[in-house]
Design a protein around this ligand. Structure first.
Ligand SMILES: O=C(O)c1ccccc1NCC(=O)[C@H](O)[C@H](O)COP(=O)(O)O
Length: 213
């Protein structure tokens, strides 16, 4: 089966078009204002309208309130909510129930024991995203171009579809997929020409390498 690819932090039409045309399966919009990749709900809604019925639109949130989620969904149709903060299993379950959308929980992995959280979240989320832990005191909980030890994922039976993230690039993604035995991948920094600025050529190269084309 083809590896799923998510291109995260899309902010402009050129990058979105490149991702869709290259065959990305999921597109991420960052709704976290401190991020250089942040978009407003209206901007995400306008971008989304370019490719009706295209890839799954993922809204990335960090410890969102119900008010933020409701206001975002009013302007930007989303197919999946990504939770990239300190959300608990109870909070993930409440968001899933209240907004009626599938939820993907991001977990930072730095050691084998970090995978223990999967058990608590699995009953209440639809997907996982495994990322590097953010640098201590850094401004962003994700999107830091930091890889983690891919071999920590190998051989684990994760009971939900999952994406590998953290420091992936067109040059390393094929090896990362093999080493982690990942069914899907997610990228942000590795397809940027400058922080927060996506590069269509890198997006095409990434999707192509990930999907083994
Ligand atoms: O990308 C951001 O700016 C961001 C901000 C706050 C929370 C999460 C964020 N990104 C999460 C993602 O899904 C990234 O694609 C993932 O962390 C991988 O990023 P990178 O290592 O830059 O490819």
């Amino acid at each position: 089966m083809s590896v799923e690819v998510k291109i995260c932090g899309i902010r402009d039409a050129e990058a979105l078009d490149a991702a869709v045309e290259a065959g990305a399966d999921l597109i991420g919009f960052v709704f976290f204002p401190p991020s250089p990749r942040a978009v407003t709900p209206a901007e995400a809604g306008a971008l989304s309208a370019r490719h009706a019925g295209g890839p799954v639109r993922v809204g990335l949130f960090v410890d969102p309130t119900d008010e933020q989620l409701a206001a975002t969904l009013a302007e930007a149709p989303l197919g999946l909510i990504q939770l990239h903060g300190e959300e608990t299993p109870d909070r993930a379950a409440a968001i899933r129930a209240r907004f009626g959308l599938p939820v993907m929980k991001a977990l930072g992995i730095g050691a084998p024991e970090d995978l223990a959280a999967v058990e608590a979240f699995a009953p209440v989320v639809d997907r996982f995203l495994f990322d590097a832990k953010p640098p201590p005191g850094g401004p962003l909980p994700g999107g830091n171009a930091q890889p983690f030890e891919w071999r920590l994922m190998a051989g684990h039976a994760i009971p939900r579809p999952w994406l590998l993230a953290g420091g992936l690039t067109p040059g390393n993604v094929a090896e990362a997929i093999r080493t982690a035995q990942a069914p899907g991948v997610d990228v942000s920094s590795g397809v940027e020409r400058a922080r927060g600025v996506k590069d269509p050529a890198l997006i095409r190269a990434f999707v192509s390498s990930a999907k083994g084309r």
